[in-house]
Design a protein around this ligand. Sequence first.
Ligand code: ZN
Length: 186
Amino acid sequence: MAVRKVVHIPDPVLRKKAHRIQRFDDPKLQALIDDMVETMLEAPGVGLAAPQVNVSQRLIVVRLPDDEHSREEYGEDAGVLHIVLNPKIIRSSREMVDGVEACLSIPGIYGTVSRHEAITVRGQDRHGKPLSIKARGWLARVFQHEIDHLDGVLFIDRASEIWRYEEDAAGETVETALDESAERPA
Ligand code: ZN
């Protein structure tokens, strides 16, 4: 396994529609999956989509943290590793919730994004076997964010508000709102 380089905007791979995976017994695909898990954990991040490591294929990995706080907050979702190939949202709640998102491909930028509170994701496991996952809350948000990546959509496209955190010369964190008229870092 190896940590792969995460690409940042404006890399064009992040804007492409990724290809459906057809062959599962491919050693390169299996190595990619292992590398993506390692890259996500090392970052650390809660999700990663293949285009973020410069591979335009429909594959995501998701894992909420499993520290004590996360176990309280996310219950049995904490620390569960999800590997989903060709994921598709087949059902989504009418209820929408606002939450703050960030992305390993857009360093330093945060935004408020409205997402479905609950979804059902259908896809395949790493061997091509069909799977279905019901997710709510933050897990549902992470799935929606990662599946968007497979269609070239980034959270900044959907955010109602975007801001940047930076450290000034004195090491203080400065928050700057990025105004709607400013060019978005897409
Ligand atoms: Zn992202």
